[in-house]
Design a protein around this ligand. Structure first.
Ligand SMILES: *Cc1c(COP(=O)(O)O)cnc(C)c1O
Length: 227
């Protein structure tokens, strides 16, 4: 199947999931996750109307983006090391994986003195899995507060999560509910409105949409198996 056909099918499945819970499909952005795929495939996804491109690695994105149209935005969805923060800001429009104070401070200091404000998501380790990236659920509020009070060049736009992997999409549901609850808590405690919820991948995006995802990150189902 072509990338365009796959995207079209994903949109239909997103729309069906929206109908089941009374949501408007236009609330859900489709992020085409193109890691390991060549620039050619990324261009196909862009031409077919992907709302954003998601990449895990700074280097890989830097190599491909020059060969792609300038819109839509590119999102960093993989872990970011402090020493890659500068090139990450050069290639990405939005960083979904802010998960610690040190990284927020590094991004902030690189942007100081410029007019640019970068939208970021906090990556939450909803399953509280050891060794996994993402801020622990009980630290989300502190990190969000830090962004609001000390990082004027970062705009807190949303929350992102990758639930523990299992073969059953339903097992992701409680984790998606937990992420939505985190957003509700930030609204209540800190007055942060309209947080995006980036959750759901090829195997569980319909469950994520049913639970309020505003952004699904789709790789294999759009591009086929990784190369
Ligand atoms: C690779 C990746 C995806 C896409 O995964 P698929 O299962 O191929 O849809 C989404 N989010 C993150 C953080 C990823 O690393």
């Amino acid at each position: 199947m072509s990338v365009a056909d796959s995207l079209c099918l994903c949109r239909e499945r997103i729309a069906a999931a929206c109908r089941r819970v009374g949501r408007d499909p236009s609330e859900v952005r489709l992020v085409a996750v193109s890691k390991t795929q060549p620039a050619e495939a990324v261009r196909e996804a862009i031409e077919a109307g992907a709302d954003a491109i998601g990449e895990n690695r700074v280097q890989e994105a830097s190599e491909k983006r020059p060969f792609c149209p300038s819109s839509p935005p590119w999102h960093l969805i993989g872990p970011l090391q402090r020493n890659k923060a500068k090139p990450a800001l050069e290639v990405f429009d939005l960083i979904e994986t802010v998960d610690r104070f040190e990284l927020a401070d590094r991004l902030q200091s690189l942007l100081e003195g410029r007019s640019r404000v970068v939208p970021v998501f906090l990556e939450v380790n909803v399953g509280a899995e050891p060794q996994k990236s993402g801020v622990a659920p009980d630290q989300v509020r502190a990190l969000a507060e830090h962004l609001l009070t000390s990082c004027p060049h970062l705009h807190l736009d949303g929350l992102m999560t990758v639930p523990p992997w299992t073969a059953d999409p339903e097992s992701s549901r409680p984790h998606f509910i937990a992420l939505r609850a985190q957003a509700a808590a930030l609204r209540r405690d800190l007055g942060v409105e309209n947080l995006a919820l980036s959750m759901g991948m090829s195997d569980d995006f319909e469950v994520a949409v049913e639970e309020g995802a505003t952004e699904v990150r789709l790789g294999r189902i759009v591009f086929g198996e990784r190369r």
